[in-house]
Design a protein around this ligand. Structure first.
Ligand SMILES: [Zn+2]
Length: 87
């Protein structure tokens, strides 16, 4: 585990929220740490899914609605759109 310190970040936290967290034995810092950690995991997992493990190119997941419509209608190829065309 690596400790990360975020400085110069100011967040206004509601008093009632602080009391509520305290009731569950959390400080605001601890709660934020947990939340940020979870978000980082989600973010990292998403990055993994958006990149093809074989060629490293972005997958179809990264296409905009418009781009995937072009692809589905055969107006553009995956190569033209710059996404993975493995298989
Ligand atoms: Zn690929």
């Amino acid at each position: 585990m690596k400790k990360i310190k975020i400085s110069n970040v100011e967040i206004k936290v509601n008093e009632e929220l602080i009391r509520n967290l305290k009731k569950h034995k959390y400080t605001v810092e601890e709660a934020l740490g947990k939340i940020l950690n979870r978000s980082l995991w989600k973010f990292a997992n998403k990055l993994g899914k958006n990149k093809c493990p074989k060629c490293g190119k972005p997958t179809d997941n990264t296409l905009t609605l418009y781009q995937s419509r072009l692809l589905n209608h055969g107006e553009k190829t995956r190569k033209e759109l710059g996404v993975c065309d493995c298989e």
